[in-house]
Design a binder for this molecule. Structure first.
Ligand code: NAD
Length: 382
């Protein structure tokens, strides 16, 4: 999914509603079912909850807590991320819709318990229209604080919840890498292949284990050097600004969005890209630039769906099952190969093929959830 969003200049008036100390301003954005700017002067909350499309189920997506240059930047982030969630959910057939929220802070010290609880109250006011979870800047522990005010939360460090999704996301990325190698070389074998990872955070920590034991030659980087030291005997370390220039079979973006852009594409020496980061392409057109350079791109929202698939099982009547979750994440291998095939057959980019396939699933109602959702970590379930 691209990070580039066209916001329309609709003349429709935004609707403002007051709930206790909260103001919910409904922003009219074309192509989005509902977008709220939420403020609470007493708690200093400024948040956006974006629900892109709920054709297949209730909107679910992480809560990003970040500093933004402007409100418009925060809105753009919420919009592009919630749209990405729609396609991610559709492709992985989890019976959920695309949502995302951001809490805007001016300084890291603004992320207080009071602010998190206030956001929880805002989610509670929406009464189940949006389900939140962790995301950049918001740890599972902090989601637990949000949960004190609302049951509409998943991915909690709680015995009846699914915990941190990173190891499931990493397993999906690993499956995506195998599929990409199969397409490149005819065999899903990692032995002797060079894999360059950008960002050694939570997901990459689990991914590197799988890659190491399968015999990969690994190159790593991070802007934070403390993240690299413990891997110095299993991987070659390069400067963060050089990672995308490495000669390798697969480049794995696992840090931030937009790292595939006009500047970086010129320097790429990989055969393929397959990674965890959301919105790797700065703009959708970069998928065509990659295709022209003969670099195979495994669409991010298909590759990194493991975390979403994992939390989705929490909502089933039977309760969370890591086994069911792992088995469903295994399907990322076949999904990626299917997307490569559709792209080849229609001479389109793999990104376009993935979006078209997701849209087809939405149109046909494939994977739509009709059962009630269960929040097993909450005492009452009705
Ligand atoms: P994380 O915050 O734990 O790790 C990100 C790492 O990237 C950090 O170590 C950071 O220092 C590093 N980094 C930041 N900018 C960098 C740069 N320019 N070059 C190199 N390193 C840089 O995040 P994570 O949970 O591991 O997720 C990684 C990516 O995958 C994110 O984009 C996230 O949105 C996406 N993602 C994560 C999950 C999940 O389950 N955690 C699910 C889907 C998508």
């Amino acid at each position: 999914m691209s990070t580039h969003i066209q916001k329309n200049n609709t003349k429709k008036k935004n609707n403002i509603k007051k709930y206790l100390d909260f103001t919910f301003e409904s922003l009219q954005i074309e192509g989005y079912e509902a977008v709220y700017k939420i403020t609470n002067e007493k708690t200093n909350l400024l948040a956006i909850i974006a629900m892109h499309d709920t054709t297949l189920g209730i909107a679910l997506g992480g809560t990003r807590i970040a500093k933004y240059k402007s409100f418009d930047d925060a809105l753009t982030d919420a919009l592009r991320l919630s749209k990405g969630m729609t396609y991610k959910a559709a492709m992985s057939e989890v019976g959920l819709g695309g949502g995302k929220s951001v809490i805007v802070i001016k300084d890291n010290k603004d992320k207080t318990e009071k602010l998190l609880k206030s956001f929880g109250e805002a989610v509670a006011i929406l009464d189940g229209k949006y389900i939140c979870s962790e995301d950049m800047g918001c740890t599972p522990k902090e989601v637990m604080i949000i949960h004190e005010k609302t049951k509409y939360v998943v991915g909690l460090p709680h015995e009846k919840s699914s915990g941190n999704p990173s190891k499931f996301t990493a397993w999906g990325v690993f499956k995506g890498i195998l599929a990409t190698l199969k397409k490149l070389y005819g065999a899903a074998s990692i032995k002797g292949k060079t894999i360059a990872i950008q960002g050694m955070g939570s997901v990459a920590h689990y991914l590197i284990e799988h890659l190491f034991w399968q015999g990969a030659d690994i190159i790593i980087s991070d802007i934070d050097e403390t993240k690299l030291k413990k891997f110095s005997n299993v991987a070659k370390i390069v400067k963060a600004e050089d990672i995308h220039k490495q000669e390798c079979d697969i480049f794995v973006p696992a840090a931030i969005g937009g790292t595939i852009n006009d500047e970086t594409i010129k320097d790429l020496k990989c055969k393929a890209i397959c990674g965890a980061a959301n919105n790797q392409l700065l703009e959708d057109r970069h998928a065509q630039v990659l295709k022209d350079k003969n670099i195979l791109y495994a669409p991010d929202f298909v590759v990194n769906a493991g975390g979403l698939i994992n939390v989705s099982f929490e909502l089933d009547k039977e309760g969370y099952s890591p086994i069911k979750s792992r088995n469903k994440i295994d399907n990322i291998y076949t999904s990626i190969l299917e997307i490569f095939k559709i792209a080849d057959q229609n001479d389109i980019t793999t990104n376009e093929a993935a979006i078209k396939l997701a849209q087809f699933k939405m149109k046909s109602g494939i994977g739509r959830r009709t059962d009630k959702l269960y929040f097993h970590h909450t005492k009452e379930n009705d």
